[in-house]
Design a binder for this molecule. Structure first.
Ligand code: SF4
Length: 142
């Protein structure tokens, strides 16, 4: 049986993979190799602003157990890809993404997902009001 695809915009929980760090300009600085995080990382990361505002994590896609699941696919990347207005992010062209073969978004939307991926912040709730960032969570309620 095939292992579960990975959600590349997951919560900060033990055993998740740290994929990238949010830059000052709100784009994602991807790690060349993801780092598996542990309980200590989660505890320390939660002392500051919500870690989902500062990092990107990956963990197995739970499909219908996730509120973003829209019947047969992830609704987040469909909306993010449809909303993107900028040219392809340079990181999308340069980044040899280490989880591509297992990525839910890539399996679903192909390279179009990778083009918008470096601009997705898992929890950008404060900056969404400024209209300057893609917010994976808020996009679902608009
Ligand atoms: S760059 Fe593409 S393959 Fe990698 S996490 Fe983002 S959407 Fe998935």
């Amino acid at each position: 049986m095939r292992k579960a695809l990975l959600c590349p915009s997951a919560a900060c929980r033990p055993n998740a993979l740290l994929l990238g760090i949010v830059n000052g300009d709100g784009t994602i600085w991807p790690l060349q190799q993801p780092v598996r995080i542990d309980r200590e990382f989660v505890e320390i990361a939660n002392r500051g602003r919500r870690p989902e505002k500062r990092f990107r994590f990956a963990s197995p896609c739970v499909q219908s157990a996730c509120q973003q699941w829209s019947g047969s696919r992830c609704g987040v990347i469909d909306l993010c890809a449809a909303d993107v207005r900028s040219e392809n992010h340079p990181l999308a062209r340069e980044w040899q993404c280490p989880i591509r073969s297992d990525c839910r978004w890539f399996h679903q939307n192909g390279r179009a997902a990778c083009e918008v991926c470096p601009e997705v912040i898992t929890d950008a709730s404060e900056s969404w009001a400024q209209g300057d960032r893609l917010n994976a969570g808020d996009l679902m309620s608009h």
